[in-house]
Each structure stands twice: as structure tokens, then as C-alpha cells.
Design a protein. Structure first.
Length: 316
């Protein structure tokens, strides 16, 4: 039987209502994001906290974890771990879990959606009709996707799901990862610049981290074909946003489809002003189906921790 008083969760940022309701029904849940004085609040309840639940894009700081002497689990609502110091959590013997295996399809869907929307000028076409311009003129020609070359930087689960979708468009598929992946019938490029040079569409699907910070920079844009598009559904920190804006303004590359940014939700005005970009508000996993599955995984990991059972999705 559960005893809520000694099974205590700290929620760092808002999550979907279904997860919040389920956690609150089963455990004692404190919401850090609602506190006017977070420091004072942690001084009062920090010693009781055993589990932290947070979003992948928000993570949790070491400063907060230092105020939680009994914490043993950080359960992430997402798959990115770049907002958690894994070196610190390992040192503290704090387990970290992610919602692995449930975001893949939704994120891959959006990657192809951004690619298609950009190349086929779907947003421009929508405005063209709504503004009545079709009555007096013809729309501009767009770019065909089928048969083109797609380069995927990061060939994990999401990268492979994107590749499967691209194969349905008869695209040539190239990828770059640390090493060739056994069983994949795609061409491996040994370095990012070779991949960029050969790709009509360069899709960023790699994990973020210090080693990849702003790795997609001017040197990458300069070797891409002028007709190429950049698609990013990974993390904004992987791309040098200032260099990207310059490349888009100066015609170094044709366009970009972006779901993530350096400083969300603050998208640069210069990027918003460009007509050769498709912008989304970090919604790759934002479907009813995916968010429900993510909620189920987070809850399963928290419940397993309190039951002293193996954690289903532990990564550290």
C-alpha cells in the first residue's frame, strides 16, 4: 500500500495534466515552478524529496539537487539529457531516466513535415491563397523532394525513423554517426562536412552536449549546396544561430526548417523576418499519442523507484 507522506516528488516544470494528476494521486508532489521563493521552499521541503520529475528541455540544476540530500531519481519527460549534469548525478548515485522509445515516430514525422513544408513552400502557398493573390498571379515554383539526397546527422532511433520515411520518397540516404551502424543499408559519411556537402537536405537528429555545442556553424553552411535546406528537430544548441541567419540572409543555403532554437522561446527577430524558414515552437513530440506514452513512461519509472524495482528507462 502506498503511503503518500513518505513518497515525495519535486516537479521542476509543468507537465501534461494527465501525468500531474496521476503523480499527485499516488505520491506527495511539490511544484517548484509555482513557488515565489524557490530557495526558501527548498530549505523547507528539500530533505523530504526523493524523486525529481522534470522536462528534458528544462532539466534540473546541480544547485537544486544539492538542496535534496535524499533524492535518488531524476525522471525526465523527454529524451534529451543535456539539461542534466550526468557527471554530477553519477557522483551522487542519482539515477536518471528518460522517455525512450516513445518520441521517435512523432519527431520523425515532424522532421519530414518541416522538410516538405520548406521545399514545397507550403506556408507560402497557404498565405498566397488566403491573401487572394491566386486570383491575379501564379505561385512561384517550389523544389521537388522525391529522389533528392538527405543527410542525417545522428543515426539513433530518431535518425533511423527519418531515414525510413525518406526512403518512401525514393531519397538517397547518407548519414554521419560516430561509426557505421551494422545492418543499415545507407551510406555512412566519415565526417559532418562531407555529409553537408553531399546533402540536398541536412537533418540534425544528434544528441546535444558540450562536444556538439554549435557544431553546425558557418563552416558547415559554406560547404552545403546553395539549394540545400537545414532541418533541426534535435536541440537549438547544436546550431550556431547567428551563422545560420547570415547563411539564410545571404543565400549561402536555400532555407531551414526549425523546431528548436538557442534560447527558447526567444526566437530572433531576424529569423522570424525570413521567408525561407519554417518555424515551429518545439512541438516535435507534441501529439496526444506521444505525450500520453511519455507520461506513462515517467510514471512507470517513478513508481518503480519507490517500489525498489528495476527502472525501465534508466540511462545513468
Amino acid at each position: 500500500m502506498n503511503t503518500k507522506t513518505n513518497q515525495t516528488v519535486l516537479l521542476i516544470a509543468p507537465v501534461v495534466d494527465s501525468l500531474l494528476d496521476r503523480l499527485s494521486t499516488t505520491f506527495t508532489v511539490h511544484r517548484l515552478y509555482e513557488q515565489a521563493d524557490a530557495e526558501a521552499f527548498l530549505q523547507r521541503v528539500g530533505a523530504d524529496i526523493q524523486v525529481v520529475v522534470t522536462r528534458g528541455d528544462i532539466g534540473v540544476t546541480n544547485h537544486v539537487l544539492e538542496a535534496l540530500p535524499q533524492v535518488g531519481l531524476v525522471a525526465l519527460f523527454g529524451v534529451g539529457t543535456d539539461a542534466v549534469d550526468l557527471h554530477y548525478t553519477r557522483k551522487r548515485n542519482i539515477a536518471v531516466t528518460i522517455t525512450s522509445g516513445v518520441l521517435t515516430q512523432g519527431v520523425a514525422d515532424l522532421a519530414m513535415g518541416l522538410l516538405l513544408a520548406g521545399a514545397r513552400q507550403l506556408c507560402q502557398g497557404d498565405r498566397f491563397v488566403r491573401e487572394g493573390r491566386w486570383l491575379t498571379s501564379a505561385p512561384a515554383l517550389a523544389t521537388q523532394v522525391s529522389g533528392k539526397c538527405i543527410g542525417i546527422f545522428g543515426m539513433g532511433n530518431i535518425g533511423q525513423a527519418i531515414a525510413r520515411r525518406a526512403s518512401g520518397f525514393d531519397m538517397e540516404i547518407l548519414y554521419n554517426d560516430r561509426q557505421p551502424i551494422a545492418g543499415l543499408d545507407y551510406h555512412w559519411c566519415a565526417d559532418l562536412h562531407t555529409l553537408a556537402h553531399e546533402s540536398d537536405f541536412l537533418v540534425i537528429a544528434a544528441s546535444a552536449g558540450a562536444a556538439n555545442h554549435k557544431l553546425i556553424d558557418a563552416s558547415v553552411f559554406n560547404v552545403m549546396p546553395k539549394h540545400a535546406w537545414l532541418i533541426n528537430i534535435a536541440r537549438g544548441s547544436l546550431v550556431d544561430e547567428t551563422a545560420l541567419i547570415r547563411a539564410l540572409q545571404n543565400g549561402v543555403i536555400a532555407g531551414a526548417g526549425l523546431d528548436v532554437y538557442e534560447d527558447e522561446p526567444n526566437v530572433p527577430a531576424a529569423l522570424i523576418a525570413l521567408d525561407n524558414v519554417v518555424l515551429q515552437p518545439h512541438v516535435a513530440s507534441a501529439t496526444h499519442e506521444t505525450r500520453q506514452k511519455m507520461s506513462d513512461v515517467v510514471y512507470a519509472n517513478v513508481a518503480a523507484y519507490f517500489a525498489q524495482a528495476p527502472l525501465p528507462n534508466v540511462i545513468a
